[in-house]
Design a protein around this ligand. Structure first.
Ligand SMILES: Cc1cc2nc3c(=O)[nH]c(=O)nc-3n(C[C@H](O)[C@H](O)[C@H](O)COP(=O)(O)O)c2cc1C
Length: 244
């Protein structure tokens, strides 16, 4: 049997890499997926105006634990906005070719997208939304009744995917990363996702929320449920968040 994981680690060593598309002069990929004209765009409270309890970083790190059961209290739109800021907020757009955000990313490529499954967020209809990090807004993706169930099933039916106030689903747009790093870029996508989820764990502490990371999902179920092709964009990581 081919040990595919081992082979991946070997074949993504620098010595095997081809010239990247960047070095061949191909254009810089878009910084985010953006929104099509016919899609509903929803404003989010501006992160600067949101008042959040000051919580000691050491305390947040020491208190952090994975939380899988939540009280029914909703997340406010302000709190959601704050969590999105902490996980993917754009601090600077550099000459329209890169962004600096609240999390690090290999080469500042920021090849991740954030989707929000809203189960219990005040002022946000249930359904699936995508975060527009540059505009700090949401775009509506799917508000059909069965979307939450489909996503939960894609996560091996783990019940807290739908009992959370919100479930964040991070996808990767690999070309944004491989344009510079070739096949090695696939390693970096996963590393980047780890930083994002850790910021969610820690920032959730300041809004009385708990988080549980999820990597047990069926690619072949969750990608179609999200409406993405699983190649040019695929689910990389999931996390539930809710009041504890
Ligand atoms: C990459 C990764 C994937 C995970 N996937 C799941 C998952 O699918 N379901 C789940 O219940 N917990 C999942 N977890 C949470 C771990 O089980 C949890 O972090 C671990 O048991 C340690 O507990 P703690 O987070 O409370 O310290 C995942 C955590 C990580 C980092």
């Amino acid at each position: 049997m081919v040990k595919i994981g081992k082979e991946f680690m070997e074949r993504t060593q620098y010595r095997y890499l081809d010239r990247s598309d960047q070095s061949k002069g191909y254009p810089n990929p878009d910084l985010e997926l953006g929104s099509e004209e016919d899609k509903k765009v929803i404003d989010l409270p501006s992160p600067e105006d949101i008042e959040i309890e000051n919580i000691d970083l050491r305390r947040a790190i020491e208190k952090r634990t994975s939380v899988r059961s939540y009280i029914p209290e909703p997340l406010s739109l302000e709190e959601l906005s704050y969590l999105l800021w902490c996980t993917q907020g754009v601090k600077e757009v550099v000459r329209n070719v890169a962004t600096f955000r609240t999390v690090p990313s290999a080469g500042a490529r920021h090849a991740l997208e954030t989707y929000i499954l809203s189960n219990n967020v005040n002022g946000l209809e249930k359904g699936l939304y995508r975060f527009l990090p540059i505009e700090h807004k949401l775009v509506e993706i799917n508000t059909q009744k069965d979307i939450a169930t489909k996503i939960r099933r894609g996560c091996l039916d783990q019940p807290f995917v739908t009992s959370s106030a919100a479930t964040l689903i991070w996808t990767a747009v690999p070309y944004r990363m491989t344009w510079r790093y070739g096949q090695r870029g696939y390693r970096y996508l996963h590393l980047d996702a780890g930083h994002v989820c850790q910021n969610l764990y820690l920032s959730a502490e300041s809004v009385s929320c708990g988080v549980c990371a999820i990597a047990a999902f069926l690619d072949e179920e969750i990608n179609p449920a999200m409406g993405i092709d699983g190649e040019s964009e695929f689910v990389i990581y999931v996390a539930t968040v809710g009041k504890k």
